[in-house]
Design a binder for this molecule. Structure first.
Ligand code: ADP
Ligand code: MG
Length: 332
């Protein structure tokens, strides 16, 4: 071979090696599985910073829980607000509270993040049982978002016994914080799930399963084909217990303080915002199909309702996004 040809081959080989190395970097995958916010969480990330981001997803979720949103971790922001009957809010907390107060109002009180004392009585996170009715009425009398007043950066509880609880929105908030942190990193795709809330980042169409609301934890009844965003599902199957032949679940009707009976098994909300998808899925579950659909529309979110008759409705969005994979369920 002539010298020039040898040189050309060498250059080509070097370019190819560099390309392969580059491909290896941008498609580098990392995963993390962890337990946070009282639920299982996982992250699967592709990109140059994937390892750092997988660790970051866990770190952010854990510290958001223990330092900020937990009702039980002493000295978390929420713990101190509840202890002191309000207080000054940091910029982030002010943002969360104002979004949630808006959902409380627009849902006509079906969503209410002041039910902490009522939730405690049911003890869904621990060893649940039907509360004593006098205790339930008492806890309910100290609940209600109208007892909160947000002025400038200060939250005031009109009733100092009110207990705020981020159980219905914390997982979505975690997704928003994770997305914000990832924005400065070099990643191609990310799928992060915290309980029933999932964050999707990247340029492709993603496939997300909708859990079987009356079956095993690991089974799905449909696939959603959707672009980047957040998806949350709230269902009566989470944290259920049975007493005297009746089933009780953890999504409460703020009017009664008892598990909401709205004819639904689950609601899935698709939104750009994690806090919105999480809070709205709970709100729509309490409201039921018709009123829930109106609320989702007001916020510009697509909602998927699964009724107790195993009927599946897509509201404020195209049915093309859903593919039912379980013959027991019917897309209407
Ligand atoms: P999951 O925690 O299974 O993701 P949700 O997002 O629907 O489910 O939140 C349920 C949690 O929210 C309950 O465990 C409780 O702490 C709280 N909660 C229950 N009922 C309501 C309600 N009507 N509005 C706001 N929060 C609620
Ligand atoms: Mg929720």
């Amino acid at each position: 071979m002539k010298k020039a040809a040898v040189a050309a081959v060498a250059v080509l080989a070097a370019v190819l090696a560099a390309l392969l190395a580059y491909d290896g970097i941008i498609n580098k995958e990392a995963t993390a599985d962890f337990f946070a916010m009282n639920t299982y969480a996982s992250a699967k990330i592709t990109g140059a910073d994937s390892e750092e981001c997988a660790a970051l997803a866990e770190e952010i979720t854990q510290s958001l829980d223990t330092d900020i949103l937990s009702r039980t971790a002493e000295n978390s922001e929420v713990f101190l607000l509840n202890k002191n009957g309000g207080g000054a809010l940091g910029k982030k907390m002010r943002g969360y509270v104002s979004v949630l107060l808006d959902v409380c109002e627009k849902s006509g009180g079906a969503f209410d993040f002041t039910l902490g004392a009522v939730s405690d009585l049911w003890n869904f996170g621990g060893n649940p049982s039907i509360p004593d009715s006098a205790a339930l009425s008492d806890a309910l009398s100290h609940s209600g978002y109208k007892k909160l007043a947000l002025a400038e950066n200060t939250l005031t509880y009109a009733d100092k016994a009110a207990v705020i609880d981020f159980g219905a929105a914390g997982k979505g908030i975690a997704l928003d914080e994770i997305r914000e942190a990832f924005a400065e990193k070099s990643i191609k795709e990310a799928v992060v799930s915290v309980g029933g809330s999932v964050l999707l980042m990247g340029e492709k169409q993603f496939t997300v399963g909708i859990r079987n609301p009356s079956g095993n934890a690991g089974s799905y009844i449909a696939k959603l084909h959707i672009p980047a965003g957040c998806v949350s599902t709230s269902g009566s199957y989470e944290q259920q217990f049975e007493e005297n032949g009746e089933k009780y679940h953890h999504i409460l009707d703020p009017e009664t303080g008892c598990p909401a009976k709205s004819g639904l098994l689950s609601v899935t909300i698709i939104s750009e915002s994690g806090i919105m998808s999480d809070a709205l899925s709970t709100a729509c579950f309490v409201l039921g199909h018709e009123k829930g659909a109106a609320l989702a529309k007001e916020y510009g979110c697509t909602a998927i309702f699964i009724t107790e008759n195993n009927e599946v409705f897509v509201e404020n969005g195209s049915k093309d996004i859903i593919e039912i994979t379980d013959g027991a369920y019917t897309l209407i």
